[in-house]
Design a protein around this ligand. Sequence first.
Ligand SMILES: *Cc1c(COP(=O)(O)O)cnc(C)c1O
Length: 391
Amino acid sequence: MKDETKLVVAGRSPETNFGIVNAPVYHASTILHSSLKELQQAHKDYTAGKQVVTYGRKGTPTTWSLENAVAEIEGGYRTQVFPSGLAACANAIQAFVKSGDHILVTDSVYAPTRSFCNNVLKRFGVETTYYDPLIGSGISELIRPNTTVVFTESPGSQTFELQDIPAIADVSHKHGCVVMMDNTWASPLFYKPFEHGVDVSIQAGTKYIVGHSDVMIGTVTTTKEHWQTLQAGAHEMGQTAGPDDVYLAQRGLRTLSVRLKQHMENGIKVAEWLKGQSQVHSVLHPALSDHPGHDLWKRDFLGASGLFSFRLNAVSMDAVAAFMDHLELFGMGYSWGGYESLVIYADPSSYRTATTWDNTNPLIRLHIGLEDTDDLIADLKDGFARLDAAK
Ligand SMILES: *Cc1c(COP(=O)(O)O)cnc(C)c1O
């Protein structure tokens, strides 16, 4: 079955739900059983890995509908939902480490994941070393006897370096490390982490899976080998997600392919246009042929999403503000993956430690939504006129 078909059918079972197309929203904590024997059997089945209801936190047909669909489309064994993308990142890591361990994390990682490592993991005696996202198989030099996890994210969601995931995974596996990937940028549709050696794949479902900027949710999908560790870790930390949010996420997933293809097309159009503007120093979009990671993107990815950055020729922050402040179609705010266009300013030099980032050319990140690109480009054009006037 092709991915577009899987997105429609995976995780759905109208035949067991009175013909209802989407899995119903089950609000549940207590699950009643008719006898002690039945209750004990349910727990036994659950422990053996079956999807049976025992307690609301441990899953319902609502959560399975999303989890089973994500697992199938991302190409993993099983999936666990979390209340946010960050909860998914943090809990995926914590499930696989213990005091005294060392982990490797890409220097381009989502900043709150970095904060979790620097604060929470550190308190529990787990040491983090950040690595250059361009390191490839050179990561072997950073692996120590106590290194247990290698956490990748490709491309980085502000700076867009592509990582050679198969090379990193190959070396990491030789040293017994678990390879994780934050796969949010490409979504389960445009990158297949398990075909490239990843063991544990994370989605901030908040972004493209939900697609409408109104729900926080995360997913972690693993290989069969790593499933029990992940699931036990999640349950011990009390992780689940609310049924209404799970419902909206599974509904969003059904239209992911049409949305993402349009985000890709619109994003590339705007990125190409930006390249020709005198105010622009460079455009950081993996699908552009002059992007340093373009060859890796072509080799490993099935498409691009609508998120990329560009760098301005050196200007004052007042000029940056003049550009950003009065954009009409680009909302200024965090997150991305919804149907609408967004803009933020970012200074990667403020958090990088393994690599240096020169902030002479201010970095602006765009999320390109589903609006008409002529309108988006006209809006950006007005912004550049304001920037020129403020210089
Ligand atoms: C947004 C984001 C997250 C965190 O997701 P939340 O749902 O906002 O907690 C994690 N990784 C990446 C790459 C993100 O962009």
